[in-house]
Design a protein around this ligand. Structure first.
Ligand code: ADP
Ligand code: F6P
Length: 321
């Protein structure tokens, strides 16, 4: 293999730039030519391809977002468009492709291998931490720290006014951002899709907290359960008399400088991804398991079922009482 491509796809995540840098510089070190594909699979279909040298990735390690841009490309699910994408790569003699994204992007990479013979490797880049085969995805740590900083600020004002605050965080159907930010922020209640939620019980615990002398309650709500305003209404219906405020953190969680942990992951994922491509083994994804960098067959990785950390959740619930 002499030439490889790299693209970012799906929702952006802090650390994607650091991963692009690692892939580019390590591949060049290994004697490869590197091509950046802009706008994810949309750019692959439209042949938005440009060669990258070491300087093309200067001054990006600390930046959130992705210099390659990203997209959601519904048409790429069709084999016809995948073939066009593969022809565009072949026109540049690009034989291997690094795809930085989430599970949807990995399904696209696998299709490119299965249907068009392009060797692909996935780097897990999503704030959601919703991939079973890896303990952490790129961007998750930064997003959690951003949410944590917001929770700290909210605590100040909620305590001053003796209020309840519902903080809605992202994560799709995965409750990890809520769990980690909730635990780190000392939340009284954490509501995630993976655990059954009894609204009457939550309302009761808020009333008990008030009697015990708590001066504020922070409820961290994962977006996969419901909207913050809906939960507020449900709590009001249960007879909560405290003032309840809602804050939807939204896209603020997706931006910002990557944390040290995300930069470490980006460097190690990037290097392993290039090594995996050089082995030319079909479609694989890289990750971190028990503190070790691993690579796994994409089909196997996508089949694995996520296990929610119930122990951590119970720990957070006890500490938040
Ligand atoms: P993420 O990669 O973060 O999960 P998406 O689910 O939006 O984000 O997927 C990103 C892109 O991957 C989609 O816009 C589409 O181009 C491609 N993709 C998603 N699912 C599939 C699939 N089943 N087959 C082929 N390509 C897919
Ligand atoms: O997958 C990352 C993510 O930020 C989710 O947490 C969120 O639900 C979704 O993307 C938002 O997607 P979009 O950028 O398309 O609004």
């Amino acid at each position: 293999m002499r030439k490889i491509g790299v693209l970012t796809s799906g929702g952006d995540a802090p650390g994607m730039n650091a991963a692009i840098r690692a892939v580019t510089r390590y591949a060049i070190y290994k004697g490869l030519e590197v091509y950046g594909i802009e706008r994810g699979y949309t750019g692959l279909i439209n042949s938005e391809i440009k060669q990258m040298d070491r300087r093309a990735v200067s001054d990006i390690i600390q930046r959130g977002g992705t210099i390659l841009k990203t997209s959601r490309s519904p048409e790429f699910r069709e084999v016809g468009y995948q073939k066009i994408a593969a022809e565009n790569l072949e026109a540049y003699d690009i034989e291997g492709l690094v795809v930085i994204g989430g599970d949807g992007s990995f399904r696209g990479a696998k299709d490119l291998t299965d249907n068009c013979g392009i060797v692909t490797v996935g780097i897990p880049g999503t704030i959601d931490n919703d991939l079973a085969y890896t303990d952490f995805t790129l961007g998750f740590d930064t997003a959690v720290n951003t949410a944590l900083s917001a929770i700290n600020n909210l605590r100040d004002t909620m305590t001053s006014h003796e209020r309840v605050c519902i903080v809605e965080v992202m994560g799709r159907k995965c409750g990890d951002i809520a769990l980690y930010a909730g635990l780190g922020g000392g939340a009284e209640v954490i509501i995630v899709p993976e655990v059954h939620n009894d609204i009457a019980q939550i309302a009761k615990s808020i009333a008990v907290n008030k009697r015990k002398g708590k001066t504020s309650d922070i409820i961290v709500l994962a977006e996969g359960v419901c909207r913050a305003v809906e939960l507020k209404q449900q709590l009001k219906d249960q007879g909560i008399t405290s003032s309840i405020k809602t804050t939807e953190l939204g896209y603020i969680q997706r931006g910002g400088a990557p944390t040290m942990q995300d930069r470490m992951l980006a460097a190690q994922f990037g290097v392993r991804a290039v090594d995996v491509l050089l082995e030319g083994k079909g479609s694989r994804v890289v990750g971190i398991k028990d503190n070790k960098i691993v690579d796994v067959d994409t089909t196997e990785a996508l089949k694995m079922e996520r296990v929610f950390n119930t122990e951590l959740y119970n720990c957070a619930s006890i500490l938040g009482m």
